[in-house]
Design a protein around this ligand. Sequence first.
Ligand code: NAD
Ligand code: DAU
Length: 344
Amino acid sequence: MRLLVTGGAGFIGANFVQHVLATHPEDEVVTFDLLTYAGNLANLEPVMTDPRHRFVRADVADADAVKAVVEGVDAIVHLAAESHVDRSIADATVFLRTNVVGTQVLLDAARRAKVGRFLQVSTDEVYGSLGPTGAFAEEHPLQPNSPYAASKAAADLLVRAAHRTYGLDALITRCSNNYGPYQFPEKLIPLFVTNALADEPLPLYGDGCQVRDWIHVVDHCRALDVVLRRGRAGEIYNVGGGNEHRNIDVARRILATLGKPATLLRHVADRPGHDRRYAIDASKTTRELGWAPREPFAAGIAATIAWYRAHRPWWEAVKSGAYRDYYERTYGARLRAASAEGRP
Ligand code: NAD
Ligand code: DAU
């Protein structure tokens, strides 16, 4: 197969490109990525000299660039997106351009070039928030609560429309929270691990009792691979790790693993519209495609913490420059208020 992977220089994309090239010797991959703040060619370093891999720097919302690259492609795996909820709360504009317009540009180009399959990599956040029990199945109503989640839900509906209206062979995966190597340190786990390694406070939103269903990124990549090759056109497949943990427990585990004091934890002002709990029912994906997550959370988080400890130059480079401004805008006032009130 000749695959076009959008967003392949980001966290999940880079893991997916590496996974495909390692497990399918007959495949070729074109990585298409704008290299925004979240894209990083260092994430693709292990495959940059592989003759089966080519990198193209361009924007998914640029119709000419997309048209040029889809010729001769068998399938598109669409991961390119603005992916961080907090950034979408601060300014949703680029989320609409990349996540919504960019998806439609790709769908149109895929249809015109007769690309064989389009896999939309989506998120459980389109389903909204759960109470203390239950799990999201594929039929759960779309109830996105952040601008990010709303932009992903809009993109999913455009994918559905392209399938129904034009007969495009398109399908959607919706996955829970990923963790693992190469994740940009704005997301909970890499942010907390790298802050702890630098003896900086860990800013925990609200009471820290929100629950996420964690999946190791390689398990997600394995799911994308089977859905791409064996999923049914027009279908949605949920993907989840079956590892529900409260944020405060994840934070305490990180500190304990690194031998850092619990005093580094700071309860800061909550995220507006913060979803309380996510949990995924992935039984359809298991039943139809035989996929199941393999990595137990205890082993996966330990290996992930070890990866960030061993790759300090990677995250120190990422956490410089514009990142410092982002960090001050997002956490500066919150952390100062927590200190002024003497909050742990
Ligand atoms: P990420 O932010 O780490 O990477 C996004 C990548 O997309 C970056 O390489 C960036 O440069 C690229 N990109 C952004 N705008 C672009 C544009 N206009 N044109 C081309 N490339 C562009 O994101 P991630 O965490 O790897 O997530 C990848 C996808 O998976 C997203 O679609 C996200 O919604 C979805 N997803 C993520 C998770 C998660 O837990 N991280 C869970 C479920 C689904
Ligand atoms: O569920 C899948 C989604 O998971 C993906 O679609 C998103 O792209 C990805 O960013 C992630 O969204 P979350 O909002 O769940 O992830 P985040 O890492 O930002 O936050 C995880 C939890 O930790 C959430 O309850 C908010 C909390 N949090 C996060 C940060 C960054 C904190 O308490 N403090 C923080 O500083």
